[in-house]
Design a protein around this ligand. Structure first.
Ligand SMILES: NC(=O)c1ccc[n+]([C@@H]2O[C@H](COP(=O)([O-])OP(=O)(O)OC[C@H]3O[C@@H](n4cnc5c(N)ncnc54)[C@H](O)[C@@H]3O)[C@@H](O)[C@H]2O)c1
Length: 434
């Protein structure tokens, strides 16, 4: 089937490429002309394992195309997925101007029936607004449908998640829309055996915000438990393991650490709180989730300040700039909190990340960036771990101790084993472990 994807970022590019891989004919649209020019030369705007090869394969097979023309995108296919950004506004409300713009522009070029599918994460009732906008800007007398199809992929495992989703959720108002979406996803449903859930648009929109907010709640919950563990001499890893074996609870997302980040959780929790407020519900539970998350970073910052006594002029090595391993995405990454604070305190920073360093350097050119962990740690008076890249767990600790000026590690992701680190001569602290 012919499919247009508007917005060729993490979600749009991965989704479009995976649709092409299962045999659809896909046109990816983006109004960032530089991004489209680069993609036409097969240069990836993001790092995602396996993506580059899959894009190349499908471009060469003639199933994946790129354009910056929304007109071309609108005329290309009956089904148009909207995968543009919905960044946070000033008060936590999502900025829906990109979604609205696509609605207006698509409406202006429609020459026949179109199904507009919200893939961007949007607040409940955005579907209604989108319908109003399209109706207002339509120039031809044609039918259209709006649907919601929230995206649940995780950066770092995005391609796997696209082919093996836990579920596919669609929110629709017509049989025609449901049938088109079912046809698009049929190969994935068949191969993965996942559930294909059909509901109304508002429920589909809410499913996404509720899911991300619940996962963020799990993270903040275990981080709060970690703080209690620190005060009580308990080990949060053992507690989380003990809890997680209960199938009603599950082990995933019970990982204590420096808190959640990334382009989704912080913004989606903010948006859910804001939206609930707007429609008359004070979501105090989620406000506490946000507070615990902020508190976790501040807690670790205080620990660094306590450990160094005077931060000014101290050499601090930071391992991990991406918000999680497997991606070069630095949006809301913990490093974006620690680096400016420590620079302000006068620290001399040395930074390492296997894929996100270039993006981070664009925002913070001042620190030194190193390609090798041991070079990064050389002469450091404290080493801070912020992303659980697998390379960190493999560092030879004796070599690490020898290159550092003071063997002090603050492990914000519980990557290392405390006993092993201490036996190797480190002053080691982590999150929620004695
Ligand atoms: N990144 C994730 O892991 C993830 C997962 C699930 C859902 N989401 C949601 O999906 C949406 C997109 O996220 P993303 O991370 O892919 O964002 P992104 O910033 O990586 O990509 C958005 C793209 O949309 C383009 N764009 C903006 N306005 C446009 C317009 N009018 N016409 C054409 N292109 C336009 C931008 O140039 C950009 O390339 C967001 O709502 C996000 O919350 C993201």
């Amino acid at each position: 089937m012919k499919i247009t994807i508007v917005g060729t970022g993490y979600v749009g590019l991965v989704t479009g490429t995976c649709f092409a891989e299962i045999g659809h004919d896909v046109l990816c649209v983006d109004n960032d002309e530089r991004k489209i020019a680069a993609l036409r030369k097969l240069q990836m705007p993001i790092y995602e394992d396996g993506l580059e090869d899959m894009v190349r394969r499908n471009v060469e097979a003639g199933r994946l195309h790129f354009t910056s023309s929304i007109r071309e995108g609108t005329l290309f296919a009956e089904v148009i997925f909207i995968a543009v950004g919905t960044p946070p506004g000033y008060h936590g409300e999502p900025n829906l101007s990109y979604v609205e713009q696509v609605g207006r522009e698509v409406a202006a070029h429609m020459d026949g029936y179109r199904l507009l599918v919200e893939k961007s994460t949007v607040p409940v009732n955005t579907g209604e607004q989108l319908k109003r906008t399209v109706t207002k800007y339509l120039r031809a007398d044609v039918d259209f449908d709006v649907a919601s199809n929230p995206e649940f992929l995780r950066e770092g495992t995005a391609i796997h998640d696209a082919f093996k989703p836990d579920r596919i959720v669609i929110g629709v108002e017509s049989e025609r829309a449901a049938k088109l979406l079912r046809e698009i996803y049929e190969p994935i449903i068949r191969d993965s055996g996942c559930e294909f859930l059909t509901m109304n648009i508002a429920s589909a929109e809410l499913t996404k915000h509720a899911s991300n907010s619940f996962l963020a709640t799990k993270i903040s919950f275990i981080n709060a438990v970690a703080r209690v563990c620190e005060l009580a001499g308990a080990d949060v890893e053992q507690v989380a393991h003990g809890m997680g074996l209960d199938r009603r609870i599950g082990r995933s997302f019970l990982r204590a650490g420096v808190g959640y980040g990334g382009s989704c959780f912080p913004k989606d929790v903010d948006a859910f709180v804001y939206l609930a407020d707007q429609i008359g519900y004070d979501f105090t539970l989620l406000k506490e989730v946000q507070k615990i998350n902020r508190g976790q970073r501040e807690h670790i910052l205080r620990r660094i300040q306590h450990e160094l006594w005077v931060v000014n002029d101290k050499v601090i090595a930071i391992l991990g700039l991406a918000f999680k391993p497997g991606t070069d995405d630095i949006r809301e990454s913990p490093a974006l909190f620690f680096v400016p604070h420590l620079l302000k305190d006068g620290a001399r920073l040395k930074l390492w990340d296997p894929v996100a360093a270039a993006k981070f350097r664009e925002l913070h050119p001042e620190p030194e960036y190193l390609d090798d962990i041991l070079d990064c740690a050389r002469d450091a008076e404290l080493l801070l771990i912020l992303t659980d890249w697998p390379q960190i767990a493999e560092i030879p600790l004796d070599k690490l101790r020898d290159v550092m000026k003071c063997p002090v590690i603050i492990d914000g992701r519980n990557v290392l084993d405390p006993a092993t680190a201490r036996n190797a001569g480190f002053t080691y602290s982590s999150v929620g472990r004695p």
